[in-house]
Write a protein that binds this ligand. Structure first.
Ligand code: G4P
Length: 403
């Protein structure tokens, strides 16, 4: 299935955003808390480098609270300021002002040193369509001043909305484009309702969701609709239609209606609420593996948190492997620390050098010995007696030592 809905005019929007970014100090990026990865485009990291960054986990009311917390930690570990918000009812708004001050403290300090007083922080809101940019601006600014609708390039002159606490917001949000190269992204965005239903083939999407739920969360559909999950996905959709009395005239089953019921239930969390976060239900095991592989080990705890509720054995096995990897690294650090026992004991003597004997067997004659003395704070992992190292590891360590 191929979900496509944002053709053309993106180059223009991107150019516009590049211009707008020059005018601002802070980028406020909205992501959908249910699918925070699919609903963001990392191109903004390049466009917005050197700017302060705040990520808002919007629609947090529709996502699982534990997952919200985990995603918050995840993005914080990547250096973003993060606030969870519900732009519709305004929750989380109060916290934003303080976080903005914190995120821009370097700029405020720089202004102070140059004798500039009270220059407002200028910010702009960015995000993909339907993520809630206009709703957020209206709620945050406290009046209906943002234009709704997704038409890039509607701004004529630059309009700034003056907020309290010395913050000014560009009234037109920057529209980012989803990363459609990955098909799953489009499907995920469609599943959470971030792509307007009228341009989607809802029945086809429903069949995809049925397969996904059956494969990853066996029993969820059976429990909700009191049906059997066996058979083809069309048969399951049929069973849902029958269970919910979705009939057209002449007793014909109404698949479109059954699909809508399934999506209403899914989007409001009645089917798989606990798993609606992208971390759990919306990803394949291969995708999660790739995410772990790309992550720094310091991000592992945040990832564990995101996936701890995921009952798939493949995911739990992956977490166990990563924990083992972490433990092994800790043990290695400890081993290196233990090797420094003499250095610590005799550190008052200055540089220390230990020399091993040159083999016990043959009489070697005059012995030439040499040693590499490493800096005192050096912590080169996996350093060991050369006999205990493979040839390739020795080569690798040679480069590290000589660096
Ligand atoms: P955009 O400017 O980024 O394109 O998005 P927009 O504000 O138009 O919001 C898209 C939809 O998301 C709207 O729903 C809006 O109400 C909803 N929304 C925005 N923020 C939140 C939030 O924090 N929580 C929830 N639950 N919904 C949110 P709609 O059905 O398209 O329109 P409407 O009839 O509700 O206005």
């Amino acid at each position: 299935m191929n979900v496509q809905w944002y053709p053309g005019h993106m180059t223009k929007a991107k150019r516009q955003m590049q211009e707008d970014i020059k005018l601002i100090d802070l980028i406020i990026e909205l992501v959908d808390a249910r699918v925070p990865l699919s609903s963001r485009n990392p191109d903004i990291d390049e466009l917005g480098k050197n700017k302060s960054r705040l990520i808002l986990l919007n629609k947090s009311d529709l996502a699982d609270e534990r997952q919200n917390e985990a995603w918050k930690t995840y993005f914080q570990a990547k250096g973003f300021y993060v606030v969870k918000v519900d732009s519709r009812n305004g929750s989380g708004m109060k916290a934003i002002n303080n976080v903005i001050q914190e995120a821009c403290k370097e700029k405020i300090e720089r202004d102070r040193r140059r004798g500039i007083k009270n220059r407002p922080i200028r910010a702009m809101v960015v995000g993909i369509p339907n993520v809630g940019k206009s709703t957020f601006i209206n709620t945050f600014a406290g009046r209906a001043c943002a234009k709704t609708g997704n038409k890039p390039g509607v701004t004529k002159g630059k309009q700034w909305i003056r907020l309290n606490k010395g913050v000014e917001l560009l009234d037109t949000p920057g529209i980012l484009w989803p990363k459609f190269e990955d098909q799953q992204v489009g499907i995920r965005l469609a599943c959470v309702g971030s792509i307007k239903d009228d341009i989607l083939n809802m029945e086809e999407l429903a069949l995809w969701l049925i397969d996904y739920l059956r494969e990853n969360y066996k029993g969820i559909l059976a429990e909700r609709y009191q049906i059997t999950e066996e058979g083809t996905s069309v048969e399951v959709l049929e069973a849902i239609a029958r269970a919910r009395g979705c009939l057209k005239k002449q007793e014909e089953l109404d698949y479109a209606k059954a699909s809508l019921i399934l999506f209403d239930d899914f989007r409001s969390g009645k089917v798989g609420r606990d798993h609606i976060g992208e971390g759990a239900i919306m990803k394949t095991i291969a995708e999660i593996k790739a995410e772990f592989a790309a992550a720094d080990m310091s991000s592992y705890p945040a990832l564990y948190e995101i996936y701890k509720e995921d009952t798939r054995s493949g995911v739990q096995k992956l977490i166990a492997q990563c924990r083992k990897k972490e433990a092994a690294l800790e043990a290695e650090k400890q081993r290196i620390e233990n090797m420094k026992v003499y250095e610590h004991k005799y550190e008052h003597l200055g540089y220390l050098c230990g020399i091993d004997e040159v083999g016990r067997g043959p009489l070697a004659g005059p012995v030439v010995a040499c040693a590499v003395i490493l800096p005192q704070d050096s912590r080169i992992l996996y350093l060991n007696d050369s006999k205990k190292l493979s040839a390739s590891k020795r080569e690798e360590l040679y480069d590290v030592i000589m660096r």
